[in-house]
Each structure stands twice: as structure tokens, then as C-alpha cells.
Design a protein around this ligand. Structure first.
Ligand code: TYD
Ligand code: MG
Length: 454
């Protein structure tokens, strides 16, 4: 009786646990997401034994030593982690296959191996492949140990005997624990393995980086299942077709999740991009209709991005495509231009694209998007020296945005001469010599101010 395995069902969407299988998750209502999770007698035994040893301690008497951070040697990576990685933390690095997770971590090895011993466990690449990649990235010397292994017990044993300070597991979907009895990458395996890795991490005070591939729904083998266990969740984003990459923190127990890291994938690995705006604006077409520069805040940094639009008379049903701007938001902006801006865009094909594979989530980019569309529709260029900031409301009004001055200073730094801003609170805007502000009340004023025929 004591040996009976307990089975529960776990939802891959919300992480909810139920004793019985059902077609629909009782908690989040998603269909066909419950997967069987066998709690091995072993794992049950382990958790109860550790529970027996723990005693509550008084909060004031706890060790208050500051968390110890170390630099990953990559400035943008440190920035996202909140100023370096915390010793003894478990960090999940998620992203689509081929985005550059292994590259980033191998580059971190290169930068830290002089002072710390590292164990790089790869379940995806052979030792030879890893060596070839390391050579290409210029990773030489230092105490980097490589283990091509997928069996969790073997990995943990290697970590115990080698006593590294940093362990990299690439990737969690390839690791498997023999007695769990389900396939590697399944929710049961991923959960069990992460729990044991977590235990190793806390007992031995190791810093562990775990790579997680994102499945087609955009989650790491069921999002919540891993996210709540680890200390820090980072997502690596970007279009594979462009070289621009963004590292974002989705959770951080030791810092804010406000910061982003910007990288460029080059032929010798990832390079930090300290000036993302410059990179995003390079190669802008001059004096061409249908382009406008927006300023969004990513993390704590203002970033300038070019929004392009192409509006053409439609031969058939009007088509709409938007890349980098939410489709519904783009449809709303087109409707506002039609009704409040006096442009008949409804019968046209409209294509909107943000350069560099960036996604503009902030409404502050609305005005630039609308002006790019208007410029293409009217076939008049806005001029390369113009940027626009402002949220567009349903009545066509241009609403104020947060941290206007910070945005303006980035626009000024990049040499723009004119910027369209919301009239509301524009008197509080800082003045920069050589940057002329064009305050506007609504979308038709904006169009008249910058697109009127001379
Ligand atoms: P990789 O780190 O293997 O991705 P992941 O671990 O997230 O699956 O990166 C793979 C891509 O990066 C691959 O398509 C080639 C590209 N790449 C470069 O462009 N330059 C380089 O120096 C390296 C190492 C990779
Ligand atoms: Mg990889």
C-alpha cells in the first residue's frame, strides 16, 4: 500500500492540479490541457523528509547577509537580471528554438570562467558540436566543463562531484528522470526535474541557468508550471529573420522586471546594443512617404522605432496587415483616420510594419503610426527630421503620454529637429535647442501641421 503511486492531472495552461482527468480544465477552462502527473513514491518521500527537518525561525534572527551577485560579463544580461546574477538562484532562460539562448549562455561562460568553475550540461548538442561553437565564439580557457547528458541523476552526480559555482542546463526539455515514466519534455518530467534541480541549487548554493524552449502556444511546457518554481524567468524574443534580440524579465525575485536587454546576433555571437535607437533607425529611406518615427519606453529606456505604412487603393476587398503593431489597435487607428482625420482609408489596402522586428505595445506610438498611414495615403513625406509622440483616442484627440521629457531627450539626442506632441501638458515639456515641438489637439490638426501641401 505504501508503495502506491499517486496520480494527479496538471493543466499546462494554468498549472492547476486536479485529482481526476477532464476534457476542460476546471480552473482556467482551457480544453484538452490536462496531463497526467505521476508523483513517484520517491518524490513524495523526499519532500516529506525535508519537511520533517525544517523548523520555523524568527524573522529577525534570519541571516541578513546581502544577496551576493556576480556579473555575467555581458552588460545587457546583467541589466535584465537587476545588476548581475544572484548566487544560489535558479534562472530560467526561455525562447523560441534558434533565437540564441545557447549562444548567450556560452558567451556568459567565456566571460565568467576565469573566476568561476562552470558545468555546461547539453542535452541537445554533442561535446564536439559545443566545442566547435565555443571556438567560433572565441570561448577559450577558463574552467568550463562540458557534459553531454540527459539523465538527471547523472547530471546531479556530476554537479556534486565537480562542485561548480555555475551550472547551465541546456535544455530542460531534454532532461529526464528515469523513474518518472513519461517522455522527456512532458509536463511531468519538466516539473519533476526542475524541482530536483531547484533543490540542488538551494542546498549547494549554486547558480543554475536552465534553458527552456517555448512551444507553439508561446509557453515553456506549460507556463505557470515552471515559472512559479524558479527565481527568475527571462524570455529571449525577436524575429529569427532579423538580427535584433530582446531579453525580457517576466519574473525576478531579486530585482525589477522593468529592464530589457538588447542584443544583435552577429557572425561571432550576440553583441550588446547600448544604443538601440541608432540601430533601429539606421538605413531609413529619405524623403519617402509612409514612414514616421515613434518613441516607446522599453524597460526604463526610451527607444525610437520607425513605423512604415503602405496604403494603396484596393482592387478587391480591402486588406489589412500589421506587423509590430497590434492588429486591433491598427484597425482602430485606421477607423479614427477615416472618421476624424478625413482620409478615406477604409476602402484601401493598408500595411503597417515596424522596422527591426520590434513590437510597439505602448499607445504612445499611436500618433506615429497614424501619421505614417496618413503620409502614405496622401503620398507626401513627413521629412526625416520628424518624430511623433502621442496616444490617439476614439474621438481623434491626441492624449498625453507618460515621461514625455525622457522621450524628447532621446529624440533630441538622435538629431531630430521637429516632434509632434500632445497639446495637453506640452507646456511642461523640456525645451531642447534645435528641437521644435509641434503641439496638436487632435488627429486632423496633426495631419494639417505636418502633411499640409505647401
Ligand atoms: P542558438 O544559441 O543555438 O539558439 P537556441 O539555443 O536558442 O536554440 O542560436 C542559433 C542561431 O544563432 C542559429 O540560427 C545561428 C545563429 N548564430 C549566429 O548568427 N552567429 C553565431 O555566432 C552563432 C553562435 C549563432
Ligand atoms: Mg540551444
Amino acid at each position: 500500500m505504501a508503495n502506491r503511486q499517486k496520480t494527479v492531472y496538471l493543466c499546462s495552461e494554468c498549472g492547476c492540479e486536479t485529482p481526476n482527468w477532464a476534457g476542460k480544465c476546471p480552473s482556467c477552462g482551457a480544453w484538452n490541457t490536462l496531463a497526467e502527473l505521476r508523483l513517484g513514491k520517491d518524490s513524495a518521500g523526499r519532500s516529506s523528509s525535508s519537511a520533517r527537518g525544517a523548523k520555523p525561525k524568527k524573522l529577525q534572527e534570519l541571516d541578513t547577509a546581502e544577496e551576493v551577485r556576480f556579473s555575467t560579463g555581458i552588460s545587457e544580461f546583467d541589466r535584465v537580471l537587476g545588476g548581475g546574477a544572484v548566487l544560489g538562484s535558479l534562472i530560467l532562460v526561455g525562447g523560441a528554438p534558434g533565437i540564441g539562448k545557447s549562444t548567450l549562455l556560452l558567451q556568459m561562460c567565456a566571460a565568467t570562467a576565469e573566476t568561476r568553475r562552470i558545468l555546461y550540461v547539453s542535452g541537445e548538442e554533442s561535446e564536439r558540436q559545443l566545442k566547435l561553437r565555443a571556438d567560433r565564439l572565441g570561448v577559450t580557457g577558463g574552467e568550463i566543463y562540458v557534459l553531454a547528458e540527459t539523465d538527471l541523476d547523472a547530471i546531479l552526480a556530476a554537479a556534486e562531484s565537480l562542485r561548480p559555482e555555475i551550472v547551465i542546463i541546456d535544455s530542460i526539455q531534454t532532461v529526464n528522470q528515469a523513474d518518472v515514466g513519461s517522455a522527456p519534455g512532458s509536463i511531468t518530467q519538466v516539473r519533476e526535474c526542475t524541482m530536483r534541480i531547484m533543490r540542488l541549487c538551494k542546498e549547494k548554493n549554486l547558480t543554475v541557468f536552465v534553458v527552456g524552449h517555448i512551444n507553439k502556444e508561446g509557453s515553456i511546457a506549460g507556463p505557470k508550471v515552471l515559472e512559479h518554481m524558479v527565481d527568475c524567468v527571462l524570455y529571449f524574443e525577436g524575429e529569427r529573420s532579423t538580427s535584433f534580440r530582446i531579453l525580457r524579465a517576466a519574473k525576478n525575485r531579486f530585482g525589477s522586471t522593468n529592464e530589457i536587454g538588447v542584443f544583435e546576433m552577429a557572425d561571432r555571437g550576440l553583441a550588446c546594443v547600448e544604443n538601440p535607437s541608432e540601430m533601429l533607425l539606421s538605413g531609413r529611406p529619405e524623403n519617402c512617404p509612409g514612414t514616421c518615427v515613434a518613441c516607446v519606453i522599453e524597460g526604463t529606456r526610451p527607444i525610437l522605432a520607425e513605423v512604415q505604412a503602405l496604403v494603396t487603393p484596393s482592387a478587391y476587398n480591402a486588406a489589412r496587415r500589421s506587423n509590430g503593431v497590434d492588429y486591433n489597435r491598427a484597425a482602430m487607428l485606421l477607423a479614427v483616420l477615416e472618421k476624424r482625420g478625413g482620409l478615406s482609408v477604409a476602402g484601401c489596402d493598408s500595411y503597417i510594419n515596424v522596422i527591426g522586428g520590434l513590437t510597439l505595445e505602448e499607445p504612445a506610438a499611436d500618433l506615429a503610426t497614424s501619421l505614417a498611414v496618413a503620409s502614405s495615403y496622401l503620398d507626401r513625406p513627413l521629412g526625416a527630421d520628424l518624430a511623433a509622440i502621442g496616444e490617439v483616442g476614439l474621438s481623434g484627440e491626441i492624449r498625453s503620454v507618460s515621461v514625455l521629457n525622457q522621450r524628447l531627450s532621446e529624440i533630441y539626442r538622435l538629431g531630430f529637429k521637429r516632434c509632434v506632441v500632445p497639446v495637453h501638458r506640452s507646456e511642461e515639456a523640456a525645451s531642447f535647442s534645435g528641437l521644435r515641438l509641434i503641439p496638436v489637439r487632435n488627429i486632423s490638426e496633426a495631419i494639417a501641421a505636418v502633411l499640409a501641401r505647401e
